[in-house]
Design a protein around this ligand. Structure first.
Ligand code: NAD
Length: 256
């Protein structure tokens, strides 16, 4: 029997087959979960549809996470179809391209608000919608983060601030939702080539450095991240909440 047999999982953030959300969906499907995918909108719909079919997803729904109305409609559809929810995966981030190059000093007010709204606040908005659906079901929420939350990386700029706020949000949500039995954790993934990372000016430099310096002397794979999210979402992690779990070939332990 699979680790997630009988569980219902809603996953935000599949844009294509390189997305961390996709590797997560595949891992959860393999372990028996029923999957619903929420995608950003028309621009990615064509790429998401054939992927959803591979996992036999009946619920493949558009949702721009900037909109409370769209989030509320989406969770309403989940309630109607499933009656509840066991797992929520937040694998969504965005910053304007101009913010992800050059000096952090040039971060604009509007660029800051956009990055924090889409990449951070959305987790709070999702968690609030998910809370009543997860009641009494040992729910688990997992959000994707990056080491740039804690240390400075070239060009990561405002996204580092958004991830720092996301990691604090994981802890505050863990406290707020713990009494109902819902766990909230983050996975801090090493650099991976995806649509999101293509927008980061220093990405190639970061990925090369990690492969040289990490204890395992390589970069991670999407599958390794998907499996770690699977673990945190599963009963194997029933005593784990409020944690940021690194999946980075050990890079974060290195001082020099
Ligand atoms: P990705 O581009 O495949 O995923 C990002 C997703 O965010 C896309 O599906 C995109 O459609 C979605 N999105 C953006 N704006 C949205 C909006 N307004 N409404 C709804 N969805 C929206 O890239 P990814 O690398 O798989 O990123 C997933 C998560 O993993 C992000 O939080 C990212 O910061 C994090 N992460 C990525 C890396 C990496 O190196 N790729 C490393 C650590 C953490």
């Amino acid at each position: 029997m699979g680790l997630l047999e009988g569980k219902k999982a809603l996953i935000f953030g599949v844009a294509n087959d390189k997305s961390i959300a996709w590797a997560t969906a595949e891992a959860m499907h393999r372990e028996g979960a029923e999957i619903a995918l929420a995608y950003a909108g028309e621009a990615v719909a064509k790429r998401v549809a054939p992927l959803a079919e591979k996992l036999d997803c009946k619920l493949v729904l558009p949702c721009d996470v900037r909109s409370d109305e769209e989030l509320s409609r989406l969770f309403g559809e989940i309630r109607e179809a499933w009656g509840g929810l066991d797992i929520l995966v937040h694998s969504v981030a965005f910053a304007n391209k101009e913010e992800l190059k050059g000096s952090f000093l040039n971060t604009t007010r509007e660029g800051f608000q956009t990055a924090l709204d889409i990449s951070t606040y959305s987790l709070i908005a999702m968690a609030r919608e998910a809370a009543p659906l997860m009641q009494g079901r040992d729910g688990s929420i997992v959000a994707m983060t990056y080491y740039g939350a804690q240390k400075v990386f070239p060009s990561y700029n405002v996204m580092g601030v958004a991830k720092a706020a996301l990691e604090a949000t994981v802890r505050y949500l863990a406290e707020a939702m713990g009494p109902e039995g819902t766990r909230v954790n983050g996975v801090s993934a090493g650099p991976l080539r995806t649509l999101a990372s293509a927008g980061i000016g220093g990405f190639g430099q970061i990925a090369g450095h990690v492969a040289d310096k990490a204890p395992l002397r390589r970069n991670i794979s999407q599958e390794e991240v998907g499996n770690a999210v699977l673990y945190l979402a599963s009963p194997l992690a029933s005593g784990v909440t409020g944690e940021i779990h690194f999946v980075d070939c050990g890079y974060n332990i290195i001082g020099m």
